[in-house]
Ligand binder design. Structure first.
Ligand code: NDP
Length: 308
């Protein structure tokens, strides 16, 4: 899968050797997708027994990290933490030199930057990755992965990476993929928390969640169609469109909190948004569009005293 390819690669055309280090839930799914695509796949895991099922499907188990590294030009790591990655890889720096390391472990932007610094000093072509997937969706159109760091590593191995999920390269800064991951989590968590609050509100009328669901989905779909307008306004720094002004939204969120509270439903999840809207009004922008809230969110950069 690829975000812009028109002709998907055929499994029998792909045979590049890959080593996968880490065979937890995600690592096993990654190795499985590579095997299914016809890659020669070497696997290593701290607990070796977790590689047995993959070996039965054709994976080559490596006895040591060093053996796994030397078996392929492309090494994929998927361990629990970046600390694990460093502990496993650093003793094998010499063997890794000249190879490509794609680290799909979840971490912070600082974690990614630190591993990238180490890798660069060791002569390793480093690509950091963030997996927007669960084990069941790896290798399906439901998954997409974000990559940042070495652009040449991404281009060289893109066909292989596309077997795992749709690939998106988000920039040369190795920390970028982890930050994009967080931006997407931010988007999703806020929407899902709002849905859960709506479910709790309708529970006061004995409405089951499954009855609420279709309209909630339709509403969220409408919200998604509103997002290009928000993005456009922010890019142009033009918040003069009066369709959804700050003061109107302040009144709506205030109502939402008041009515929820009257019905015994905890509305604190919406308190932060009310606070942002009120700060934008206090800054003298009551008729600016809803998108202008981003200026309040970003204002801690220039006004650290506003840091929550
Ligand atoms: P698992 O708990 O299933 O697997 C963890 C892996 O890390 C195992 O291979 C484990 O080895 C290895 N490991 C843990 N500690 C060490 C250590 N000290 N030294 C060497 N290896 C170690 O985790 P997942 O596969 O679910 O997750 C892996 C990464 O993917 C995490 O960063 C997670 O946040 C991320 N992720 C997970 C998703 C999911 O849905 N599960 C979705 C998106 C990202 P051993 O088998 O020996 O314990």
């Amino acid at each position: 899968m690829t975000s812009n390819a028109t002709t998907p690669a055929q499994p029998d055309m792909i045979s590049g050797a890959v080593s996968v280090l880490g065979l937890g839930r995600m690592g096993t799914a990654l190795a499985t997708a590579l095997l299914d695509a016809g890659h020669q796949t070497t696997v290593w895991n701290r607990t070796a027994a977790k590689g047995s099922a993959l070996a039965a499907r054709g994976a080559v188990p490596a006895g040591t990290v060093g053996d796994a590294v030397q078996s392929a030009p492309l090494i994929i790591t998927c361990l629990l933490s970046y600390d694990n990655v460093r502990a496993v890889l650093e003793p094998n720096s010499d063997a890794l030199a000249g190879r490509t390391l794609v680290n799909l472990t979840t971490g912070t932007p600082d974690d990614a930057a630190a591993v990238a610094d180490w890798a660069t000093a060791a002569g390793i072509d480093y690509l950091d990755g963030a997996m927007m997937a669960v084990p069941q969706t790896v290798g399906t159109p439901g998954a997409f992965f974000l990559y940042s760091g070495s652009e040449s590593a991404f281009q060289t191995h893109r066909r292989t990476l596309d077997r795992l999920a749709t690939s998106h390269y988000v920039g040369r800064d190795p920390a970028a993929a982890e930050l994009w991951d967080m931006a997407l989590l931010s988007t999703g968590y806020a929407a899902l928390t709002g849905f859960l609050h709506g479910v709790a509100l309708l529970r006061t009328l004995d409405v089951p969640p499954t009855r609420f669901l279709p309209l909630a989905v339709q509403w969220l779909d409408g919200m998604a169609h509103f997002m290009p307008e928000l993005a456009d306004e922010i890019e142009k720094s033009d918040y003069s469109t009066p369709v959804s002004p700050v003061d109107m939204n302040r009144a709506a969120v205030d109502n939402l909190i008041r009515i929820s509270t009257e019905r015994g439903v905890d509305a604190r999840v919406h308190g932060p948004l009310l606070d942002l809207l009120e700060r934008r009004i206090a800054d003298g922008h009551p008729t600016d569009s809803f998108a202008s809230i981003v200026e309040v969110l970003a204002s801690v950069v220039s006004h650290p005293e506003r840091r929550p």
